[in-house]
Design a protein around this ligand. Structure first.
Ligand code: OOG
Ligand code: NI
Length: 276
C-alpha cells in the first residue's frame, strides 16, 4: 500500500473516531489490542454536482480502486456502488447517493442550498472525503429533512466523511461466528441495530452483517447545538462462492437495514417490523 493511500485511510479513521468514540472501544473489545482488519468503509452523498457519487469515486479510482457492483434502494430513494482494490489489505468502498429529485420541493430546496455552499475546487482534493459539512444549516431545516429522509438529515449534519467502518469478521481471531461477535458487543454494553433482525443476510447470500446503533454527538446548527446520531460500526462475515473465494459484493436487502443504524427513531422502526 502506498504511503499516501495509507495516510488517506489514517486521516479518514481519525476523523471518524472523533465523532464515533465507541469505535475505539469496539477495537479494544474485539481486538484485545491486536490490529483489526476492515472489510469496507461507507460514504454518503447527494446526486447533485459537484458531489455526485461518480465524482467522489474518482478519488478511489485514482488510488487503484475499480467499480464492481450497483445497488438500488427504492423506498429510501438511494443508489449505491461498491469499489474493490487489488491489494487485499485495503478495505472495499461503498458509496451511496440520495436521489434528490424524487423528494418534495421543500427537501430539494434545503439540500440544494447546502450543496450550493460547497467550493467545487475542494471536492477535487482527496481530503474532501473527510472534510465534514461545508455549510450552515438550522436545526429546523435539519428537523424538516428528518421527516422525509433520515439519510438527508445525516448528510446535512455531518457532510463528507466515513459513515462507518466495518470489521472483517473472517479475519478476526477468536471468533467463529457473527453471533459470537454480537454477544460480546452486547455484553460490553453496545446497542445493536435490530431492524430486520440483529443479523442481516445469511450464508445463502454469502454475507452476514450486523452493526451498532450510531453514537450521539453534539452538532452546532446555525441556531443551536443539538445532540444527534453520528456514525456507527459494522461487522461483516463473508462466505465462499467457490473454494477459497469469498463473496466480495454487498446485499441490497441487508444494506437497506444497515442504513437505519443512523436513525433517530430506530427503535420505533424495529418495533414496526416486529424484530424488537
Ligand atoms: C450504508 C448502508 C449499507 C452495507 O454494508 O451494506 C452498508 C450507509 O449506511 O451509508 O453499509
Ligand atoms: Ni456497510
Amino acid at each position: 500500500m502506498s504511503h499516501s493511500v495509507e495516510q488517506f485511510f489514517d486521516n479518514l479513521w481519525n476523523d471518524y473516531i472523533k465523532l464515533t468514540p465507541s469505535a475505539a472501544k469496539v477495537h479494544q473489545v474485539l481486538g484485545q489490542g491486536r490490529s483489526i482488519i476492515n472489510d469496507h468503509v461507507a460514504f454518503r452523498t447527494f446526486n447533485l454536482a459537484p458531489v455526485r457519487l461518480e465524482t467522489l469515486a474518482k478519488h478511489f479510482e485514482a488510488m487503484g480502486y475499480k467499480a464492481c457492483g450497483d445497488y438500488a434502494f427504492e423506498a429510501k430513494k438511494l443508489v449505491a456502488k461498491h469499489f474493490e482494490h487489488s491489494d487485499p489489505t485495503l478495505p472495499k468502498i461503498f458509496i451511496s447517493e440520495l436521489l434528490v429529485e424524487e423528494f418534495s420541493p421543500e427537501l430539494q430546496r434545503i439540500v440544494k442550498s447546502l450543496v450550493a455552499q460547497i467550493d467545487a475546487a475542494d471536492v477535487a482534493k482527496p481530503e474532501f472525503l473527510y472534510s465534514g459539512a461545508h455549510w450552515q444549516i438550522s436545526s429546523t431545516d435539519y428537523e424538516q429533512l428528518l421527516e422525509e429522509s433520515e439519510y438527508a438529515a445525516w448528510m446535512a449534519a455531518f457532510g463528507f466523511r466515513a459513515n462507518h467502518f466495518t470489521v472483517n469478521v473472517n479475519e478476526l481471531p477468536d471468533y467463529e461466528s457473527l453471533e459470537q461477535v454480537n454477544e460480546t458487543l452486547k455484553q460490553a454494553g453496545f446497542r445493536l441495530n435490530t431492524s430486520g433482525g440483529e443479523i442481516k443476510g445469511s450464508r445463502e447470500v454469502f454475507l452476514e452483517q450486523s452493526s451498532t446503533m450510531a453514537d450521539h454527538t453534539a452538532v452546532r446548527f446555525s441556531d443551536m447545538e443539538k445532540v444527534v446520531p453520528s456514525c456507527f460500526y459494522e461487522f461483516a462475515k463473508r462466505y465462499e462462492v467457490a473454494p477459497n473465494q469469498l463473496y466480495t459484493g454487498f446485499v441490497a436487502a441487508s444494506a437497506d437495514k444497515i442504513f437505519e443504524s443512523t436513525n433517530a427513531r430506530a427503535d420505533a422502526s424495529a418495533e414496526q417490523d416486529g424484530s424488537a
